[in-house]
Design a protein around this ligand. Structure first.
Ligand SMILES: [Zn+2]
Length: 83
């Protein structure tokens, strides 16, 4: 396929690991498949890999939010007991 970024004609198919991170949370996705442009480095994932990436990213955002809520609850509780 042609590179959408620079127009290079022969993007190379690659399978690699991608680490997704959000705040303190991170997760490694193995076997991510995509086309890499040897000219400019642009990466175009196939649909499956793309979906997996965003699904994991969502999970990390939710996990980070839950953690934050827990901390808020704890400090509210401490505020009550110190009164
Ligand atoms: Zn390119």
């Amino acid at each position: 396929m042609q590179c959408p970024n620079c127009g290079y004609k022969e993007m190379e198919e690659r399978i690699y690991d991608e680490t997704v991170s959000h705040g303190e949370e991170s997760k490694t996705l193995t076997g991510m498949k995509g086309q890499v442009c040897p000219s400019c480095g642009e990466v175009v994932w196939d649909k499956d890999s793309y979906d997996r990436f965003f699904k994991v990213q969502d999970e990390l955002v939710i996990a980070a939010r839950k953690k934050r809520n827990k901390n808020v609850a704890r400090s509210a509780c401490m505020a009550m007991t110190t009164k």
